[in-house]
Write a protein that binds this ligand. Structure first.
Ligand SMILES: Cc1cc2nc3c(=O)[nH]c(=O)nc-3n(C[C@H](O)[C@H](O)[C@H](O)COP(=O)(O)OP(=O)(O)OC[C@H]3O[C@@H](n4cnc5c(N)ncnc54)[C@H](O)[C@@H]3O)c2cc1C
Length: 626
């Protein structure tokens, strides 16, 4: 293959998936010449698995991406089929937006956004080699021999690297949906000393909606009063007729069919080498692991407005096709279902993310960044979150500025990246609210307050947008001050309101804000005894209600964050020789030398580094100061 000099850019992004799109948009919008490669341009922003964006903790990620100036939130607001706030029966820390996406439209909109972005070139080509000089990235080479010189490169190859798709005895060497796999680049990365892992995930069959008996299922509707993902969007502007999903269940017969054919599953036959996600188990896994459960719930989800394809959520599988047909037809309402796409498992190469810094730059190759499923995560939202950070930091690298690092108290993005690069992941890493220790502060409703200032600082959030945020914060603080300053007495009107909501009558005066804290009351309910209340937008009243109602818990968590920040801000020199520190245990020396933590806080989260090792490190830092 003859090589030729094709172009010279600032940022090369390898991958047009959720990570690549956010990375490329970030660097191009910051004014840097960027080119994004995809093996097939029609797969840009493709949703190869579940037709949804958001959900528990994933909705938080989408809102954080939006607050930083990313695209995913806006894209799903344009292309959703149904939108719903989950967990509203629980506390606001776990409220999370979820939307059914029109897959084709989602991908088209994202591709069109890339195509309309200044400084951004979109190119169909397979990158087969990475170019470096003196451990610094210099560009890439495509399968056609085109050499693209670049100051930085972002790897976001998802589930395509040496991918193979399996169901039963059938093995196809291709990427998702039969798209071409990327079989060359792994070798080039390994030659540069990058450690490669093998992971696996799976997807269910797609069935034809004409063959489904919906009368046997429970429809699941979206919210009437919708909340947009993007802080820029208004509910009325994105309102549209919504399409329902349907709830159904597997049967005893389903479980029997699976048990009788487990030996033909590549997973149970040991053909699959890659490690799969515990939190996204295949139906085979569920039947084996939860054998006491008589049935498993499934959601039948529309893939788009202009397609008959339905996604059977909860039933991913790699059993043989003939078994799948029997298995799906044993589900309530699917007795006559027609499979349009067979379920399959996919194996692919990815990296051990402990090779990355918290900026997502590789420790051993300057200017090389990595994001998305290729870092060992799983999920569109997790990928997009890493993508925007990698895009911003590729630009900061060119600008020779400090990278943008979000820590565990800044957002779910901070938790995600810290977990991946500090602990690594032995299976596809999926975000969950339980992973975020400060989740009462990291709510989806205040992602803009937490992260938009950082998006503005790096240049991705406009002044106009930032001013709107400052007004929201000012209005919120003013209203909180106001209801904290108003004292109400046991007047008939007050007592009547309290009685209406089953709340204890007042014996003497009380601040309005104290009433909000009562479990049976909130900021909205006390409106009837608050005649002076100003007209305020929903995004302000929501903040007032949460900040006042949970004030005690929020204060508590802010104190915890203060403690956390103390250790997080104790930075460790980049060139420290851990092997020479005699007070450290051998395991700690090895782990610290491999991970090279940025701070004492990060060091303390490395598996195998004990509190005694941290004390030894703190003493060493003190000695260095003297
Ligand atoms: C079968 C299947 C099942 C899944 N199941 C789940 C699930 O149950 N739950 C879940 O959360 N997530 C699941 N996912 C994962 C989800 O799809 C990914 O998390 C998400 O798409 C990752 O986004 P990404 O941007 O990292 O990569 P991808 O969306 O995979 O995009 C990768 C991009 O890189 C391009 N590319 C790759 N190699 C090269 C190269 N050498 N040169 C040029 N371009 C290249 C491709 O063309 C593509 O545009 C599943 C994925 C698949 C395929």
């Amino acid at each position: 293959m003859t090589r030729y000099e094709a172009d010279n850019v600032d940022v090369v992004v390898v991958g047009g998936g959720h990570a690549g799109c956010e990375a490329a948009l970030a660097s191009a919008r910051l004014g840097y010449k960027t080119i994004i490669f995809a093996i097939n341009l029609d797969s840009i922003g493709m949703l190869p698995c579940n037709p949804s964006i958001g959900g528990s903790s994933k909705g938080h990620l989408v809102r954080e991406i939006d607050a930083l100036g990313g695209e995913m939130g806006k894209n799903i607001d344009k292309t959703y089929l149904q939108i719903k706030m989950l967990n509203t029966g629980k506390g606001p820390a776990v409220y999370s937006l979820r939307a059914q996406a029109d897959k084709n439209r989602y991908s088209e909109e994202m591709k069109h956004t890339l195509e309309r972005t200044p400084n951004l070139k979109v190119r169909q080509a397979e990158v087969v080699e990475l170019l470096t000089e003196n451990n610094t990235v210099t560009g890439v080479v495509t399968a056609a021999g085109a050499v693209f010189r670049a100051k930085t490169v972002i790897l976001a190859m998802g589930t395509y690297m040496k991918a193979r798709c399996l169901h039963g005895e059938t093995i196809e060497y291709c990427g998702p949906n039969g798209l071409k796999a990327a079989n060359e680049l792994t070798k080039s990365l390994e030659q540069l000393g990058i450690r490669i892992l093998r992971f696996k995930t799976g997807t269910p069959a797609r069935i034809d909606k004409r063959s489904v008996d919906f009368s046997k299922m429970a429809p699941q509707y979206g919210d009437e009063e919708i909340v947009p993902f993007s802080f820029d969007d208004n509910a009325e502007d994105i309102a549209r007729e919504q399409i329902p999903c349907y709830l159904t269940y597997t049967t005893g017969e389903t479980h029997e069919i699976i048990r009788a054919n487990l030996h033909r599953s590549p997973l149970y036959a040991g053909v699959i080498e890659g490690t799969g996600p515990r939190y996204c188990p295949s139906i085979e896994d569920k039947v084996v692991r939860f054998s006491d459960k008589p049935r498993h719930q499934l959601f039948i989800e529309p893939e788009g407005e202009f397609t008959n394809e339905l996604y059977v959520q909860g039933m991913s599988s790699s059993l043989p096709e003939e078994v799948q047909i029997k298995m799906y037809r044993s589900v309530i309402g699917l007795e006559n279902c027609e499979i349009m796409r067979t379920a399959y498992a996919i194996e692919y190469d990815c990296i051990d993310a402990t090779q990355l810094k918290l900026s997502l730059e590789f420790k051993n190759i300057k200017g090389l960044f990595s994001a998305g499923q290729f870092n060992g995560s799983s999920g569109y939202e997790e990928a997009a979150a890493q993508g925007i950070i990698a895009g911003i930091n590729a630009v900061r690298y060119i600008q020779e500025k400090e990278p943008l690092i979000l820590d565990r108290s800044d957002g779910y993005i901070g938790v995600l990246i810290d977990d991946l690069v500090t602990k690594g992941s032995k299976e596809p890493y999926r975000m969950m609210t339980s992973r975020a220790e400060y989740r009462l502060l990291l709510r989806q409703d205040n992602a803009d307050i937490r992260l938009m200032p950082k998006g503005h600082e790096v240049g991705l959030v406009s002044d106009e947008r930032y001013d709107k945020l400052l007004k929201k914060i000012a209005d919120t603080e003013a209203e909180i001050e106001r209801i904290k300053s108003i004292n109400v007495g046991p007047t008939p009107a007050v007592q009547a309101m309290l009685e209406k909501y089953g709340s204890t009558p007042l014996k003497s005066g009380m601040k309005l804000s104290e009433l909000v804290k009562r479990p049976e009351l909130d900021y909205y309910k006390i409106a009837e005894i608050d005649p002076e209340r100003p007209e305020l937008p929903k995004n302000v009243t929501e903040q007032v209600n949460i900040m006042v109602k949970y004030e005690g818990y929020i204060k508590q968590q802010m104190n915890q964050v203060e403690q956390f920040k103390k250790l997080e801000n104790k930075l460790l020199p980049e060139d420290i020789d851990y092997t020479a520190l005699t007070n450290l245990r051998i395991e700690a020396k090895q782990k610290l030398d491999a991970i090279r933590p940025r701070s004492i806080g990060q060091a303390a989260r490395i598996t195998g580094v004990s509190p005694a090792d941290i004390t030894a490190l703190l003493i060493h830092l003190e000695q260095l100061k003297r």
